[in-house]
Design a protein around this ligand. Structure first.
Ligand code: SAH
Length: 210
């Protein structure tokens, strides 16, 4: 895994020199704030062999890093920005990764597509949107009994997840080697998401969680 992370780091640095892929630019900072942070998710949930969707994956966090650690994961990386999806595709090609689909699209639209809706054991998201909006767009992708994991700087509660078929569980709290404390907010899929969700992004933004 080490050498794959090193090669991924080199590709990230090279792409970052051409366009803004990640605001964190120092290799050591990338290792801690992106790689280590993503890997800590393995302590919050068992990933081996599961169908995993990373919503708003950006440059590949946490999804792509999880795939290095758990090669048997069937991974879908979703992002609304084409150049980020093209970068993810180029990394998968360069590192010879199999079992990864890089999808260019918007979560609130794909959530209504039967090829994606209620199809994943685990859905992850880091730094994409506020928790109520995230629950609305991410919970529809989770199969019954599966889990949505939202990576946040501090533990957050969202009492409205039941509207989307989710029930919040205890967060996983951890500290990175640079001393920063982070939290994984956990939502179990306990019922199917009603068909009216997710709503359009405009509606989600104007009336979050309602
Ligand atoms: N998860 C990565 C990137 C966070 S930046 C990380 O933690 O580093 C947020 C990303 O979410 C951006 O790449 C943006 O294009 C994507 N995004 C925002 N809203 C989205 C939506 N509705 N559907 C899909 N992707 C979205």
């Amino acid at each position: 895994m080490k050498s794959r992370l090193d090669r991924y780091l080199a590709l990230l640095l090279e792409a970052n020199a051409r366009f803004n892929l990640t605001a964190v630019r120092e290799p050591e900072e990338i290792r801690v704030r992106h790689f280590e942070d993503s890997l800590r998710l393995l302590e919050a949930e068992a990933f081996a062999g599961k169908r995993v969707l990373d919503v708003g994956s950006g440059a590949g966090f946490p999804g792509l890093v999880l795939k290095f650690a758990e090669p048997g994961v069937r991974l879908t990386l979703l992002d609304a920005t084409g150049k980020k999806v093209r970068f993810l595709q180029s990394v998968c090609g360069a590192l010879g990764l199999s079992g990864v689909a890089c999808v260019h699209g918007r979560a609130e639209e794909l959530g209504h597509d039967t090829a994606f809706r209620e199809r994943f054991d685990v859905v992850t998201a880091r730094g994409v949107a506020a928790l109520p909006a995230l629950c609305e767009v991410c919970l529809p992708f989770v199969r019954a009994g599966g889990v949505f994991l939202a990576m946040k700087e501090t533990p957050e509660n969202f009492s409205g997840a039941g509207r989307f078929g989710g029930a919040q569980e205890a967060p996983f709290l951890y500290t990175l080697s640079d001393g920063r404390s982070h939290a994984v907010c956990r939502f179990r899929k306990t019922a199917p998401t009603p068909p009216e969700f997710p709503r359009t992004w405009a509606k989600i933004k104007n009336q979050p969680g309602s």
